[in-house]
Design a protein around this ligand. Structure first.
Ligand code: F6R
Length: 250
Protein backbone atom coordinates (compact mmCIF):
# COMPACT_ATOMS: atom_id res chain seq x y z
CA UNK A 1 0.00 0.00 0.00
CA UNK A 2 1.42 3.36 -1.02
CA UNK A 3 0.65 6.15 1.47
CA UNK A 4 1.06 9.75 0.35
CA UNK A 5 0.81 12.51 2.93
CA UNK A 6 0.11 15.97 1.51
CA UNK A 7 0.57 19.22 3.45
CA UNK A 8 -3.16 19.97 3.47
CA UNK A 9 -6.55 18.85 2.17
CA UNK A 10 -6.37 20.93 -0.99
CA UNK A 11 -2.98 19.44 -1.85
CA UNK A 12 -4.28 15.93 -1.06
CA UNK A 13 -7.21 16.37 -3.42
CA UNK A 14 -4.96 17.81 -6.13
CA UNK A 15 -2.66 14.79 -5.88
CA UNK A 16 -5.66 12.45 -6.08
CA UNK A 17 -7.08 14.28 -9.09
CA UNK A 18 -3.70 14.15 -10.81
CA UNK A 19 -3.61 10.37 -10.28
CA UNK A 20 -7.04 10.05 -11.88
CA UNK A 21 -5.96 12.34 -14.72
CA UNK A 22 -2.82 10.22 -15.30
CA UNK A 23 -5.01 7.14 -15.71
CA UNK A 24 -7.31 8.94 -18.17
CA UNK A 25 -4.35 10.24 -20.19
CA UNK A 26 -2.70 6.82 -20.24
CA UNK A 27 -5.95 5.00 -21.12
CA UNK A 28 -8.37 7.36 -22.88
CA UNK A 29 -10.98 4.57 -22.67
CA UNK A 30 -10.37 4.06 -18.94
CA UNK A 31 -13.06 2.59 -16.70
CA UNK A 32 -13.21 4.62 -13.48
CA UNK A 33 -14.95 3.61 -10.28
CA UNK A 34 -16.23 6.77 -8.60
CA UNK A 35 -17.33 7.81 -5.11
CA UNK A 36 -19.44 10.65 -3.77
CA UNK A 37 -19.28 12.54 -0.44
CA UNK A 38 -17.58 15.63 0.90
CA UNK A 39 -14.05 14.45 0.10
CA UNK A 40 -14.89 13.98 -3.54
CA UNK A 41 -16.24 17.51 -3.97
CA UNK A 42 -12.69 18.89 -3.93
CA UNK A 43 -11.26 16.03 -5.97
CA UNK A 44 -13.86 16.55 -8.70
CA UNK A 45 -13.37 20.34 -8.58
CA UNK A 46 -9.74 19.75 -9.45
CA UNK A 47 -10.63 17.27 -12.22
CA UNK A 48 -12.99 19.85 -13.72
CA UNK A 49 -10.17 22.40 -13.59
CA UNK A 50 -7.84 19.96 -15.37
CA UNK A 51 -10.51 19.41 -18.01
CA UNK A 52 -11.06 23.14 -18.57
CA UNK A 53 -7.49 24.38 -18.32
CA UNK A 54 -5.38 21.39 -19.34
CA UNK A 55 -7.63 19.70 -21.89
CA UNK A 56 -8.17 16.53 -19.85
CA UNK A 57 -10.46 14.55 -22.14
CA UNK A 58 -13.17 12.30 -20.67
CA UNK A 59 -14.76 11.58 -24.07
CA UNK A 60 -13.78 7.89 -24.03
CA UNK A 61 -14.11 7.27 -20.30
CA UNK A 62 -16.68 4.96 -18.67
CA UNK A 63 -17.62 5.35 -15.01
CA UNK A 64 -19.30 3.21 -12.36
CA UNK A 65 -20.35 4.80 -9.10
CA UNK A 66 -20.05 2.89 -5.88
CA UNK A 67 -23.47 3.43 -4.41
CA UNK A 68 -26.89 5.05 -4.32
CA UNK A 69 -29.69 5.38 -1.78
CA UNK A 70 -32.74 3.19 -2.26
CA UNK A 71 -35.95 5.17 -2.74
CA UNK A 72 -34.46 8.40 -4.07
CA UNK A 73 -35.35 9.42 -7.63
CA UNK A 74 -32.28 10.24 -9.74
CA UNK A 75 -33.56 13.84 -9.87
CA UNK A 76 -33.75 14.13 -6.06
CA UNK A 77 -31.38 16.84 -4.83
CA UNK A 78 -30.02 14.29 -2.34
CA UNK A 79 -29.38 11.42 -4.76
CA UNK A 80 -25.88 10.47 -5.78
CA UNK A 81 -27.07 10.82 -9.40
CA UNK A 82 -27.57 14.54 -8.69
CA UNK A 83 -24.25 14.77 -6.82
CA UNK A 84 -22.37 13.34 -9.80
CA UNK A 85 -24.17 15.56 -12.32
CA UNK A 86 -23.49 18.70 -10.30
CA UNK A 87 -19.94 18.04 -9.22
CA UNK A 88 -18.56 16.27 -12.27
CA UNK A 89 -20.61 15.02 -15.20
CA UNK A 90 -22.24 18.36 -16.12
CA UNK A 91 -18.85 20.04 -16.16
CA UNK A 92 -16.78 17.64 -18.28
CA UNK A 93 -17.09 16.10 -21.74
CA UNK A 94 -18.09 12.60 -20.61
CA UNK A 95 -20.69 10.70 -22.67
CA UNK A 96 -23.64 10.28 -20.28
CA UNK A 97 -24.36 6.88 -21.83
CA UNK A 98 -21.06 5.74 -20.37
CA UNK A 99 -21.83 6.79 -16.79
CA UNK A 100 -23.33 4.19 -14.47
CA UNK A 101 -24.85 4.65 -11.01
CA UNK A 102 -26.83 1.98 -9.14
CA UNK A 103 -30.60 2.37 -9.60
CA UNK A 104 -32.09 3.02 -6.18
CA UNK A 105 -35.62 3.05 -7.69
CA UNK A 106 -35.40 -0.35 -9.37
CA UNK A 107 -38.42 -2.59 -8.71
CA UNK A 108 -35.95 -5.50 -8.82
CA UNK A 109 -33.00 -4.52 -6.64
CA UNK A 110 -31.36 -7.97 -6.75
CA UNK A 111 -31.65 -8.13 -10.53
CA UNK A 112 -30.29 -4.62 -10.97
CA UNK A 113 -27.32 -5.39 -8.68
CA UNK A 114 -26.48 -8.47 -10.74
CA UNK A 115 -26.83 -6.39 -13.93
CA UNK A 116 -24.49 -3.76 -12.45
CA UNK A 117 -21.83 -6.39 -11.78
CA UNK A 118 -22.25 -7.72 -15.32
CA UNK A 119 -21.93 -4.22 -16.78
CA UNK A 120 -18.63 -3.73 -14.91
CA UNK A 121 -17.35 -7.08 -16.19
CA UNK A 122 -18.54 -6.31 -19.75
CA UNK A 123 -16.65 -3.01 -19.62
CA UNK A 124 -13.48 -4.99 -18.88
CA UNK A 125 -13.40 -4.29 -15.15
CA UNK A 126 -12.46 -1.10 -13.31
CA UNK A 127 -9.04 0.37 -14.10
CA UNK A 128 -9.00 2.81 -11.19
CA UNK A 129 -11.38 2.76 -8.24
CA UNK A 130 -11.61 6.03 -6.33
CA UNK A 131 -12.71 5.76 -2.69
CA UNK A 132 -13.50 8.01 0.24
CA UNK A 133 -13.36 6.60 3.76
CA UNK A 134 -16.23 6.48 6.22
CA UNK A 135 -15.51 7.47 9.82
CA UNK A 136 -16.26 3.85 10.75
CA UNK A 137 -13.97 2.42 8.05
CA UNK A 138 -16.61 1.86 5.39
CA UNK A 139 -15.81 1.93 1.69
CA UNK A 140 -18.77 2.46 -0.60
CA UNK A 141 -21.59 1.66 1.80
CA UNK A 142 -19.85 -1.49 3.01
CA UNK A 143 -20.30 -0.91 6.70
CA UNK A 144 -18.28 -2.75 9.38
CA UNK A 145 -19.18 -6.44 9.25
CA UNK A 146 -19.61 -6.48 5.46
CA UNK A 147 -18.22 -9.75 4.15
CA UNK A 148 -14.90 -9.42 2.35
CA UNK A 149 -16.34 -11.46 -0.52
CA UNK A 150 -19.46 -9.27 -0.87
CA UNK A 151 -20.66 -8.10 -4.29
CA UNK A 152 -23.02 -5.33 -5.41
CA UNK A 153 -26.10 -5.63 -3.21
CA UNK A 154 -28.63 -3.93 -1.01
CA UNK A 155 -27.13 -2.81 2.32
CA UNK A 156 -28.25 -0.89 5.39
CA UNK A 157 -26.53 2.21 6.77
CA UNK A 158 -25.37 2.22 10.38
CA UNK A 159 -26.67 4.95 12.73
CA UNK A 160 -23.20 6.52 12.65
CA UNK A 161 -23.20 6.80 8.85
CA UNK A 162 -26.75 8.18 8.82
CA UNK A 163 -25.64 10.81 11.35
CA UNK A 164 -22.53 11.64 9.28
CA UNK A 165 -24.53 11.95 6.08
CA UNK A 166 -27.25 14.12 7.64
CA UNK A 167 -25.10 17.09 6.51
CA UNK A 168 -26.28 16.31 2.95
CA UNK A 169 -29.95 16.26 4.11
CA UNK A 170 -30.13 19.72 5.70
CA UNK A 171 -28.78 18.27 8.94
CA UNK A 172 -31.82 16.03 9.41
CA UNK A 173 -30.70 12.49 10.16
CA UNK A 174 -34.26 11.17 9.89
CA UNK A 175 -34.32 12.07 6.19
CA UNK A 176 -31.25 9.97 5.34
CA UNK A 177 -32.48 6.78 3.64
CA UNK A 178 -31.26 3.79 5.59
CA UNK A 179 -31.21 1.42 2.64
CA UNK A 180 -28.82 1.64 -0.26
CA UNK A 181 -27.22 -0.26 -3.09
CA UNK A 182 -23.46 -0.58 -2.86
CA UNK A 183 -20.74 -2.31 -4.79
CA UNK A 184 -19.35 -5.00 -2.53
CA UNK A 185 -15.95 -5.19 -0.87
CA UNK A 186 -14.94 -7.85 -3.38
CA UNK A 187 -16.28 -5.86 -6.36
CA UNK A 188 -14.14 -2.92 -5.20
CA UNK A 189 -11.10 -5.08 -4.54
CA UNK A 190 -11.15 -6.40 -8.12
CA UNK A 191 -10.28 -2.96 -9.52
CA UNK A 192 -6.82 -2.94 -11.09
CA UNK A 193 -5.81 0.13 -9.07
CA UNK A 194 -7.37 1.71 -6.00
CA UNK A 195 -7.03 5.32 -4.82
CA UNK A 196 -8.43 6.20 -1.40
CA UNK A 197 -8.56 9.83 -0.29
CA UNK A 198 -9.12 11.03 3.27
CA UNK A 199 -8.46 14.28 5.06
CA UNK A 200 -9.12 15.91 8.40
CA UNK A 201 -8.45 14.90 11.98
CA UNK A 202 -11.83 13.18 12.28
CA UNK A 203 -10.54 10.46 9.96
CA UNK A 204 -7.14 10.02 11.70
CA UNK A 205 -8.04 7.04 13.90
CA UNK A 206 -9.86 5.13 11.20
CA UNK A 207 -7.09 5.86 8.68
CA UNK A 208 -4.59 4.27 11.09
CA UNK A 209 -6.87 1.25 11.54
CA UNK A 210 -7.29 0.89 7.77
CA UNK A 211 -3.63 1.37 6.87
CA UNK A 212 -1.83 -0.24 9.83
CA UNK A 213 -4.45 -2.28 11.69
CA UNK A 214 -5.42 -5.92 11.33
CA UNK A 215 -7.25 -6.74 8.11
CA UNK A 216 -10.76 -7.39 9.35
CA UNK A 217 -14.41 -7.01 8.39
CA UNK A 218 -14.60 -4.61 11.34
CA UNK A 219 -12.72 -2.06 9.21
CA UNK A 220 -13.70 -2.78 5.61
CA UNK A 221 -11.04 -0.40 4.22
CA UNK A 222 -8.31 -2.53 5.87
CA UNK A 223 -8.73 -5.03 3.03
CA UNK A 224 -6.92 -2.53 0.80
CA UNK A 225 -3.68 -3.53 2.57
CA UNK A 226 -3.91 -6.76 0.57
CA UNK A 227 -4.40 -5.06 -2.80
CA UNK A 228 -1.46 -5.13 -5.20
CA UNK A 229 -1.90 -1.50 -6.28
CA UNK A 230 -3.62 0.61 -3.63
CA UNK A 231 -2.69 4.22 -2.91
CA UNK A 232 -3.93 6.21 0.06
CA UNK A 233 -3.71 10.01 -0.18
CA UNK A 234 -4.01 11.86 3.13
CA UNK A 235 -3.47 15.29 4.56
CA UNK A 236 -1.27 15.60 7.66
CA UNK A 237 -4.27 15.68 9.98
CA UNK A 238 -5.67 12.39 8.66
CA UNK A 239 -2.20 10.84 8.88
CA UNK A 240 -1.56 12.07 12.42
CA UNK A 241 -2.50 8.85 14.26
CA UNK A 242 -0.27 6.78 11.99
CA UNK A 243 2.60 9.11 12.89
CA UNK A 244 1.78 8.95 16.58
CA UNK A 245 1.77 5.15 16.49
CA UNK A 246 5.25 5.21 15.00
CA UNK A 247 6.66 7.21 17.90
CA UNK A 248 8.45 4.76 20.19
CA UNK A 249 8.17 5.39 23.94
CA UNK A 250 11.51 6.44 25.49
C1 F6R B 1 -19.95 7.57 -1.13
C2 F6R B 1 -19.10 6.58 -0.50
C3 F6R B 1 -18.70 6.71 0.92
C4 F6R B 1 -17.90 7.97 1.20
C5 F6R B 1 -17.50 8.03 2.67
C6 F6R B 1 -16.72 9.29 3.01
O1 F6R B 1 -20.13 7.26 -2.49
O2 F6R B 1 -18.74 5.66 -1.14
O3 F6R B 1 -17.96 5.57 1.28
O4 F6R B 1 -16.76 7.99 0.40
O5 F6R B 1 -18.64 7.98 3.47
O6 F6R B 1 -17.55 10.38 2.87
P1 F6R B 1 -17.01 11.88 3.08
O7 F6R B 1 -16.06 12.14 1.95
O8 F6R B 1 -18.24 12.72 2.98
O9 F6R B 1 -16.35 11.92 4.39
Amino acid sequence: MEVIVAPGKVAACEIAARRIADTVREYPAAVLGLATGGTMVRVYRELVRLHRNKGLDFGGVTTFNLDEYIGLEPQSPHSYHTFMREHLFDQIDIDRNNTNIPDGMSPDICGSCAAYEKAIADAGGIDLQVLGLGANGHIGFNEPGSPLDSRTRMAVLTDETARDNARFFDGDETRVPRECITMGVSSIFEAKKILLVAYGEKKAAVVAAAVKGTVSVRVPASVLQKHSSATVVLDEAAASTIYRQNIKPI
